[in-house]
Design a protein. Sequence first.
Length: 283
Amino acid sequence: MDDPKTLVSTDWLAAHLKDPDLRILDGTMFMAAEGRSGRAEYEVAHIPGARFFDIDDISDARSELPHMAPPVEKFMSKLRAMGVGDGHQVVVYDAKGLFSAARVWWLFRLMGQDNIAVLDGGFPKWQAEGRAIEDMPPIIRDRHMTVRRQNQMVKDVTQVAAAAKLGDYEILDARSAARFRGEAPEPRAGLRAGHIPGSKNVPYTDLLNADMTMKDADALRAVFAATGMDMTKPVITSCGSGVTAAIINLALERIGKTDHALYDGSWTEWGAFPTLPVATGEV
């Protein structure tokens, strides 16, 4: 079901490609171990008119943690320079199907911008269907963006530690089951293995179909129900560094649950703090 505030299909995007107020973003980000560059791949081929949204660049340079949410002023100026602003319908995609695009969607929502959707299945699905691509940079026209930061959509380590202790939030971890249980080493050096006490594991891959499109609402509800989570509680999402956590936020929004936030520091922060408790195993 196409929804310009959460998720749209390749058919929807193809039908709206020439809309004057449509803005397309390539939000591809690869992990260091993959040895690939999102920007380099964008420059070779992208959906017509797409601009490249660099998650690492449009972040808080003052933080030692990777790609933390940027200050409002930086977000506004970067997007203005990309010709994205008020009155635009934004569609963001990535080169994996549905991976880092959800992080860009969450960033826009954090900044009070609701008219943004993730392209379901992303660039792989678009290409597999033989749709138009180009290597030309887009023509940029300046557009002002009004930002109203939605502070309730992001949590810091102090807030997450309190939530873990009090149990008044459901904390959902998007990492793989092996990393959640502490059986697999963390990709970043120096981090402890395990998870935030009281959190529940929702590997982001469980929310996706084999073609990297998002499962339908009933299937998403079944994934969340299987964790035993209390749907009446608000949710905090977490992962390795705040990217795949946003896939859970997007999935929650798709099933109509709107009281969710993202722990921006995620395991990169929590796992590095020797004073914070760590749980291993299933719970």
